[in-house]
Design a protein around this ligand. Sequence first.
Ligand code: ZN
Length: 361
Amino acid sequence: MKKIILIAIIALSNNLLNAQGGECFTPDNPLNQKAISNYVYNQDGPIKIIRVNFHYMLKDDGTGNFNETSDNYSTRPYNGYMYAEDMVKWCNEHWDTNIALNHMPIPAVSVLPKKVRYQLCGVFFHKNTTDYYTYDTHLSMPPFVENSGEVLNIYIQYGHRTNPSAGGVAGGEKTSIFNAYLNYKLFIDNNQPWYHSYVYKIINHEVGHLLNLGHAIQSCCGSMTSNCDGLDDTPTYGWLINNGYTDPCCWNCPSGSNNLMDYCASQTALSPMQIARMHACIDGSKLFYRNCKYKTQSLNITNFTTNKAYITKYVTIPSNSNIVVGNNSALFINAEEVMIDGEFEVQLGSVLNVDIVPECN
Ligand SMILES: [Zn+2]
């Protein structure tokens, strides 16, 4: 068989804000100020692309969320792969946007580019009714981690059993996003795109936590002294009250925060120090989550049975292999070079997604 070497990106995939604030249960960890004390954010530097996996929690029979073939709700030809691709696109557009802080410090700070995006690395479906309900609270996140140490795992859940206004919870390399599927159903019923923006803003907020950001104000409401996130360019509750602002601790009110790291409707702005802290984290503990960093040098893929994401600098499908991507499954590969030397078949309804990304310094 003729050898095929992939050196460019190919993708053969199928191709609300509601009236409540997003609750977030991430405790404000004692953030490490020293992490950015010597860090200089280069706004002319590269956009840093972080790998993300999407996980759907489903009931035994494949209902209760998006699955491999459908949205389980409408007549749209739409499935979990498509939702993951759309959500990553919307999240990235949101990362590409920054606006001035509603609560501008003195002296005022610039509106800098955030220079963060995601690459969809894998999609996984978990069909277990007990798990579906067990993990539908903020008390424990699902244990189904794929590509640990290289990918942030995002769990798309129906709702939150005990707190309907809950938005998400985050820790380590995982985040549960509550009400994602519920908001999709509301979008279908009402055709309002803000049901989607409710979700992608929460995803970016929770990933902000995973990149070492705390809440700008709203964990410290009422305190005249606390500096919630430890950063000097996000004003404290006490400073705002003492400088003539009306109470900022409200959801979707004119005096409220528009910081991505608060509970607010606009939830978009980041200060220069917040952006610097994220990039310090990406250049530090989350370095190998970038799509241009490889922990593994080479890998032969000789068989494939269920959804998988491979992250390896050099991937080979050897001559004696016979890979069939079928049954609506998905094979994701993130590599610098992929050589296909064996039999390789992608059946209708299944997904092959290959992202060719040169290793970066
Ligand atoms: Zn939060």
